[in-house]
Design a protein around this ligand. Structure first.
Ligand code: HEC
Ligand code: HEC
Length: 234
């Protein structure tokens, strides 16, 4: 654990000291995409997570420096992890570890390095820890939800081949299994990751479904969806 703490200190030091260090490209790792079958088997084969141990890993590996005490990101640049399903967090850590998720060198590099330093048990433990903490409800000023956005969420849009967000992410954005909770997500991160799917810079999802659903969304719609989900339970 001490070795890991030193690694993280060094990594965070470089990130904070010089963002220029992250504007390089680095070698993009390649991994075979998941099939439903392979993913299901891997998730089933993971050890059982322990939330209390996960909290220790979260602190000792300094995940809290960027993702907050309980996973609620203090900075608008980082994703929130509290209230996330354990399966999705697990999948993300495996995707970073194997180089499947690498949409943007500047953002993903540190996560790739950290995930490589973790074993399956530590990944299962942090995933259990985040799942045990309730998600955030953002108290921010947003545009009122329009009928168009409400329709996208609940009914989708056949003309653009968009399946309703709620049919997968749940009526309250609570997620299920490998489908992430999106309620309470940091709106800036939400927008960034939707655009990464749209431009196919993020393509770690099985069969690239999110690339299809974001393909014809406008920037305004993506922003409105981010605001909608950030404040959903307000
Ligand atoms: C220096 C800041 C930093 C540290 C430290 C850090 N993260 Fe991250 N994390 C990020 C950023 C930035 C992203 C979004 C990356 C992207 O856009 O690809 C992220 C994304 C994630 C995601 C994916 C979230 C999602 O909704 O898809 C998970 C899971 C995660 N981090 C877990 C961890 C864990 C566990 C640790 C500690 C071992 C950790 N992070 C430490 C910055 C950090
Ligand atoms: C067919 C099911 C399905 C539909 C419909 C769907 N999603 Fe997703 N979504 C997923 C899955 C599965 C993932 C995780 C992909 C991965 O492993 O990277 C995901 C990922 C996301 C993420 C990234 C979360 C994170 O923490 O990084 C966001 C944001 C998101 N979806 C928003 C939406 C919105 C908004 C809609 C409606 C316009 C929508 N999704 C429609 C299944 C779906």
């Amino acid at each position: 654990m001490l070795k890991q703490t030193l690694l993280v200190t060094a990594l965070i030091g470089t990130t904070l000291a010089s963002s220029a260090a992250f504007s390089g490209h680095g070698e993009k790792p390649h991994a075979t995409p998941w099939s439903n079958f392979a993913l299901e088997n891997k998730i089933k084969a993971m050890p059982k997570g322990d939330a209390l141990k996960g909290q220790k890993v979260h602190e000792q590996m300094m995940c809290n420096a960027c993702h907050g005490e309980k996973g609620e990101s203090p900075s608008r640049n980082y994703a929130s992890l509290n209230g996330q399903t354990a399966e999705y967090t697990t999948k993300m850590m495996l995707d970073y570890r194997d180089g499947r998720r690498w949409e943007d060198y500047k953002q993903a590099n540190i996560m790739v390095k950290l995930a490589k330093a973790m074993d399956d048990q530590q990944i299962a433990d942090v995933a259990a820890f985040y799942a045990s903490n309730p998600s955030t409800v953002w108290d921010i000023e947003t545009q009122p939800v329009t009928a168009k956005i409400d329709r996208l969420v609940r009914k989708g849009d056949v003309s653009r081949m968009i399946v309703p967000c709620a049919s997968c992410h749940g009526a309250h954005g609570e997620g299920k299994g490998i489908t992430p909770a999106i309620a309470g997500q940091v709106p800036e991160y939400f927008v960034r990751t939707m655009k990464a799917y749209q431009t196919k810079h993020r393509k770690n999802d099985v069969a690239e479904g999110m690339a299809q659903f974001t393909h014809d969304l406008t920037s305004d719609e993506i922003q409105a969806l981010a605001d909608y989900y950030a404040t959903l339970n307000k």
